[in-house]
Design a protein around this ligand. Structure first.
Ligand SMILES: Nc1ncnc2c1ncn2[C@@H]1O[C@H](COP(=O)(O)OP(=O)(O)O)[C@@H](O)[C@H]1O
Ligand SMILES: O=C(O)C1=C[C@@H](OP(=O)(O)O)[C@@H](O)[C@H](O)C1
Ligand SMILES: [Mg+2]
Length: 171
């Protein structure tokens, strides 16, 4: 049984890499944000607007822990998920965790104009955005660094991720 949890800040490429890695390993792909959107019948942005962040954190933790995962799976998480409740410990106990580590500037470059569906970042721009991500990433790193694997995000490919994971387990 191999369940691979991809973690990292918004824009680190968890969803993108997750899809590619799952295709490469021939494992099912799950994105916890997408599962929440399906179950709630609304987008993450709508969920934040209707119920607020506190309710979102409870809901995403419930989805993490109640999903009936296939034997083998690649699971992309939301960027904040490892940093609330005991979610990080839960993932470490129930699978292999891989942190996609990127600098604030690299994250901003990847997010580009594509941050409108991320309510926490949507209204921040320029220096304010850089300052916010720098500060939050420092706080979140305390959780992210507990991952089984810390991968350098800029050069990370599905092939490299597969090799890193194979080094931790017999796939
Ligand atoms: N390896 C990569 N190189 C360059 N851009 C990437 C890479 N992976 C993802 N991106 C881009 O970065 C943005 C965020 O990717 P996404 O997978 O949604 O991240 P996350 O799920 O971690 O928030 C998207 O616009 C995506 O196309
Ligand atoms: O980092 C965060 O707090 C969040 C990250 C988002 O997922 P991505 O990391 O896939 O953008 C999504 O769960 C929500 O907007 C909150
Ligand atoms: Mg994502």
């Amino acid at each position: 049984m191999t369940r691979i949890f991809l973690i990292g800040y918004m824009g680190s490429g968890k969803t993108t890499l997750g899809r590619k890695l799952a295709a490469r390993l021939n494992y099912p792909f799950l994105d916890l944000d997408h599962l929440l959107e399906e179950q709630a019948g609304m987008t993450i942005a709508e969920y934040f607007a209707s119920f607020g962040e506190t309710a979102f954190r409870v809901a995403e933790s419930e989805i993490l822990k109640s999903t009936a995962y296939p034997e083998n799976a690649v699971i992309s998480t939301g960027g904040g998920l490892p940093c609330f409740f005991d979610n990080m410990e839960w993932m470490n106990a129930n699978g292999i965790t891989l942190y996609i580590n990127l600098s604030p500037k690299a994250l901003i470059s990847r997010l580009g104009n594509n941050k409108d569906d991320r309510p926490i970042l949507r209204d921040k721009h320029g220096d304010e955005l850089l300052g916010f991500i720098t500060e939050k990433l420092e706080e979140r790193n305390a959780y992210y660094q507990k991952a089984h694997i810390v991968a350098e995000g800029l050069s990370l490919t599905a092939e490299k991720a597969e090799a890193l994971i194979a080094g931790k387990t017999a796939l």
